[in-house]
Design a protein around this ligand. Structure first.
Ligand code: SF4
Length: 281
């Protein structure tokens, strides 16, 4: 009997990334500031269509620049404006919502704490819009945190749900009043919950997505909770190994928010092709 391949209910491109890519595709030539998408294969496909990723304004030929779905440091945007760049802003509305939640908490006198990767463009963008934010990403970042009377917590849109709850609980030990707004976006929550659900129903999980994609890593971590030795993170179908699938009747597939559908499809076809291979004993 051929093995069953089940794809998580929510997997692959989210609407924010899809919209940003469609916008770039609609332009004859685009200079995109930072990574439009954390997926090397998709970045390569776009670069063949004259959609160039740049990390410095000097690299731009012309005066149009695209801001990616996860936003940008406000100081960089101000620099772009001062240099009269025509800014095409594809910041996802669910990232803009995080700025607004932060401002609301600040206006009520809360010290902002951002849970997220300090090196990620989205977290840099959020932090740059707050007055004096504290960024925490590892549990060790919480050790020795100065006590504050009022802490307002927001987080990176792609954070792990469990991490948010855990950190908020720890922060509650540091101050009298903690108001925590879970700003993990719905597409991320949906991908995490459906990956967790699927990982409990299958023998093996394949997580598809860029090694530089934070949300793909988090999906892999979620699946590893249920299938610690049988969760494999791959970028493309070429990395799939036939021996992983030997005697595995049910295979689950999930993919990060920046993984295009064609990479998921290629993986499904490759796994199906392994049914035809007689594994070495
Ligand atoms: S992961 Fe969430 S916040 Fe980020 S682009 Fe997609 S929908 Fe928007």
């Amino acid at each position: 009997m051929p093995r069953e391949i089940l794809v998580a209910e929510a997997a692959g491109f989210c609407f924010g990334v899809k919209k940003a890519i469609q916008k770039a595709e609609s332009m004859d030539q685009a200079f995109i500031f930072g990574s439009l998408i954390h997926n090397p294969q998709e970045v390569e496909r776009l670069s063949k269509m004259k959609k160039h990723i740049v990390h410095d304004l000097e690299e731009i030929d012309g005066n149009q620049v695209v801001i990616t779905a996860h936003g940008l440091d406000i100081k960089k945007i101000e620099e772009m404006k001062s240099k009269n760049f025509d800014i095409i802003d594809t910041t996802c509305p669910l990232v803009t919502r995080i700025y607004k939640e932060g401002w609301k908490l600040e206006s009520q006198g809360f010290q902002i704490v951002i849970i997220g990767d300090p090196n990620h463009v989205e977290v840099k963008g959020i932090a740059s819009r707050m007055k004096n934010p504290i960024i925490v990403y590892e549990e060790s970042d919480l050790i020795g945190l100065k006590p504050h009377a009022k802490i307002g917590v927001i987080c990176q849109s792609t954070l792990l749900l469990e991490k948010f709850d855990k950190f908020v609980h720890i922060l509650q030990g540091y101050c009298d009043q903690v108001v925590a707004i879970n700003t993990i976006c719905k597409p991320t929550k949906d991908r995490q919950t459906s990956a967790a659900l699927l990982a409990q129903q299958v023998d093996l999980m394949i997580v598809i997505g860029g090694r530089n994609s934070s949300n793909t890593h988090k999906l892999a971590q979620t699946c590893q909770t249920y299938l610690p030795l049988k969760t494999f993170h791959v970028e493309t179908a070429s990395e799939l190994q036939p021996q992983w699938f030997h005697n595995q009747k049910k295979v689950g597939i999930t993919a990060g928010a920046s993984t295009p559908d064609y990479l998921i499809q290629e993986c499904i076809e490759k796994i199906q092709s392994f049914d035809l291979i007689v594994p070495a004993s």
